[in-house]
Structures are given as C-alpha cells and as structure tokens.
Design a protein around this ligand. Structure first.
Ligand code: FAD
Length: 396
C-alpha cells in the first residue's frame, strides 16, 4: 500500500473543508496541503430551503468540486476509511495511506434516511418530500405547488440536525404560498417536532410561536417521526417522554431525516460520545491529539450546525493551527457564535444570532427578532455570493 505525506491533510471538502484550505494555502507552500473528498459535486446546502420553495433551481446550489479546490492544494478524490491518530496516519478507499503533521476533519453529517421506517422507499412519491437531499429538492416544490386541500405536515427529528431552522422555514414558505394562492382555508399546516420547543433561543422562540399562532399553524413538540406509511398517507410519531405512538394523516409530508457523523468517525479514536469529533469548544483542537483539529457539522462544538457558524469557526481554527505549527501558544477562542436567517415567508425573515450560552449576539442596530424584508434579501441575494466568492475563497 502506498503512503504519501502532507503537512496538512483536510478530510471532507464541503463548506468547512474548502474554506479552511482556501485560508491555509495563502500561508503554506504549494503542495503541502491535501483535501480528501470523494464527491465531484459541491453543494451550497444553505440554498436548499429556497430551492424547495421554488425560488431557485436546484442547480444554483451546485458547483464542480474541481473548480473550488484552491490553487496549491492537492485534491485526493477519495473517501477516508480509517484514522490512526497515534501514528498521524489515515487510510483511504483506493488512494492508499497518508501521513500528516496536522489533520483537519470537516466531514459533515450523513443523512440516515433508513432510520425512519418506510421513508427511503417513499421519498419523492405519494406526497412525501424533503429539502435534505439534492435529489429530493424538486419533490418539495412540486408537492407545495400541487396541494389544493388537506393537511401539510412538516417534521423535525429529536436528534441534532444541520440547518436547524430549515424544517420550519419550508413550512412558513409553504403556508405563505398556500395563502397567496387562496388555499389557506382548505389546507391545515402542522409542525411535529421531536424537540422541546420551536427554537433554542427564547427571544426568537417567542416571536416564532406568535407567527405560528397568527397563521393558524398547529405545532406539537416531543414527537419524533419513526415511520412513514406512504400507501395510507399516515405518519407515525413516538413521544420522546412516554414512547407512546401517535399517527397523523397527511396529504403533503415534508420530512427532515435523522442525521449522524459518518461511520468512519464514529468507529475511530477521534470521536466522543455521540460520534462527534472530540475537540475543545473554544480552540477546536482535539482533546487528546494536539495535531488534530475539527470544525463544522461533524465536530463536538455545542452550537447550531450551520454555514454561518463555520464562517466564524474557520478563521479561528486556521489561526490556531498556524500558531501550533510555529510553536506559538494557541490564543484564539471561538465563543459559539452562529446565526440563522429564519425565513418566515416569501420576502421576510428573522435574523437570529447567538452564542454558546444562547444569548443573542445581534449585529444590526435593530431588533432582529422582527420579520424584515432586508434580512430576507441578505439571505437570498447576498449570502449565496458570499458563500461562493467569500467563504470558499478564504475572504469571508
Ligand atoms: C436543507 C438545509 C438547509 C440549510 N440552511 C442553512 C442556512 O440557511 N444557513 C446556514 O448557515 N446553514 C444552513 N444549512 C447547514 C449547512 O449547509 C451546513 O452546516 C454546512 O454545509 C456544513 O458544512 P460542513 O463542511 O461541516 O459539511 P458538508 O458541507 O456537508 O461537507 C462534508 C464533506 O465531507 C465529505 N465526506 C463525507 N465522508 C467523507 C469521507 N469518508 N472521506 C472524505 N470526505 C468525506 C462529503 O462528501 C462532504 O463534501 C442547511 C443545511 C441543509 C441540509
């Protein structure tokens, strides 16, 4: 088996991996960094809510990975299959082994469709749709557009997910669409979530509760979707406290699947309970292996799993790696900052920004819990450009 050496190996070339590489290649000589990433396609998943609501075609969220790998960085088009942090080595499926001085793990979350009985075989059919996969995005918009009466049911699992306001955003957009097309009276909109409340930060939760009430959206918490019976159009939920099963008849079912870190992390020495890469909450350095760092969705950082959080994490993590590499103390600290632009309709959103302690950390000199068109425009027109030309180029 061949073995190659790089000063820095980045595993996972999604948002966090490419953003990290873009910054590091500005500091290190060409050929000292490699990204291990199997996919020829890169997705800006933050756009998927608006794609599912018919605002963008799905192609707007996709670019070739080859175009995004920064100059000076080698792309190993392969999957990591195991990690040996004791020897600073990792293995890949077909490209052999790699040794490194520093390892960055940005491998994201995998969507486990099969964890909900009946979901894999019904996705995209008989009213079942989801914004959580590139191939099922069009089914969401098709179902919203074609529903004229009945129940539109939106779910969120009890376990951590990426884009944690996305399950309710598509519901607000659908409800807005139904209202604009004069069908609100014929369609009941329901939100069934395994979480204890609508949003973890009280200030924004209060406003979102009011929005649901004003728009006649029925919400239920502590209910985790466990089965989809697509033939009978019934969704089955388990109560997270009592384990009691309940079922709801639907005409449109938007499912947010369960997610987890990829198995290669779970089975490695790098993970902690829950399968997360075990890093320090502030420095993003591994808690056992000093030459390993991680950020983004797969990391143990106890904050929302969003691109917005990655935008705050990557510059700090990169500065910390450069300090470690130069024998300097690590002094840059991440405070858990994340933001979610919670789209509440076509042309309006709430801009939630907060830290590890769930304290609002608002940037604008206005009350960001109020629905505004300006924050919607920011999300729709400005953030996609900042993603492709800022974050992924190491400029933002
Ligand atoms: C529907 C939806 C809506 C969202 N909305 C928003 C939003 O409005 N705002 C926001 O900020 N965020 C949003 N997010 C969340 C955001 O997209 C993610 O937090 C972000 O993409 C995570 O980046 P990442 O680099 O950690 O993981 P990813 O971008 O998922 O990248 C992980 C990469 O690792 C690769 N990989 C996997 N296994 C291996 C392996 N064994 N070896 C090598 N590589 C591997 C994958 O191919 C992938 O390219 C949304 C997400 C979804 C799905």
């Amino acid at each position: 088996m061949t073995e190659q050496h790089y000063e820095i190996v980045i595993v996972g070339g999604g948002a966090a991996g490419i953003a990290s590489a873009a910054r590091l290649t500005k500091e290190l000589p060409a050929g000292s960094i490699a990204i291990v990433e199997p996919s020829a396609d890169h997705y800006n998943q933050s756009l998927w809510t608006l794609v599912g609501a018919g605002v963008f075609p799905k192609e707007a969220s996709q670019k070739d990975t080859a175009m995004l790998i920064p100059n000076g960085c080698d792309w190993i088009r392969d999957s990591a299959t195991s990690f040996d942090p004791e020897k600073s080595k990792l293995s890949t499926k077909k490209s052999g082994n790699f040794s490194y001085e520093y390892l960055i793990i940005t491998i994201g979350l995998q969507t486990n469709w099969a964890d909900i009985k009946g979901l894999s075989r019904s996705l995209g059919k008989k009213g079942v749709c989801s914004n959580y996969g590139f191939n099922s995005l069009e089914s969401t918009w098709e179902n919203i557009r074609n529903l004229s009466k009945g129940t539109a049911l939106f779910t969120q699992p009890a376990s951590p997910i990426k884009g944690d306001s996305a399950p309710q955003e598509i519901m607000y957009l659908a409800e807005d669409y139904f209202r604009r097309s004069g069908q609100t009276k014929q369609i009941d909109v329901k939100f069934s979530s395994g979480m204890p409340d609508i949003f973890p930060v009280k200030k924004y939760a209060k406003k979102l509760d009011i929005i649901c009430d004003n728009r006649g959206i029925e919400k239920t918490f502590h209910r985790d979707l466990v089965e989809v019976d697509a033939d009978n159009k019934v969704a089955i939920f388990k109560d997270t406290d009592s384990n009691e099963l309940t079922s709801i008849k639907y005409d449109l079912l938007h499912v947010t699947p369960k997610m987890a870190t990829p198995d290669v992390i779970k089975k490695s020495l790098l993970s902690k309970e829950g399968g997360w890469v075990d890093v320090d909450d502030n420095t993003m350095q591994h808690n056992q292996y000093d030459n390993v760092f991680s950020c983004g969705d797969c990391s143990s950082l106890p904050t929302s799993k969003t691109t917005a959080a990655i935008r705050a994490q990557v510059p700090i993590m990169v500065r910390n790696i450069l300090s470690a590499r130069n024998g300097l103390p690590i002094v840059d600290y991440y405070n858990g900052y994340t933001s979610c632009s919670i789209v509440t309709g076509y042309g309006r959103s709430i801009l939630a920004e907060f830290d590890y302690d769930l304290n609002p950390r608002e940037t604008l000199p206005v009350d960001q819990s109020i629905e505004r068109m300006s924050t919607y425009i920011l999300e729709k027109n400005i953030m996609p450009k900042l993603y492709w030309h800022g974050l992924l180029k190491g400029r933002f």
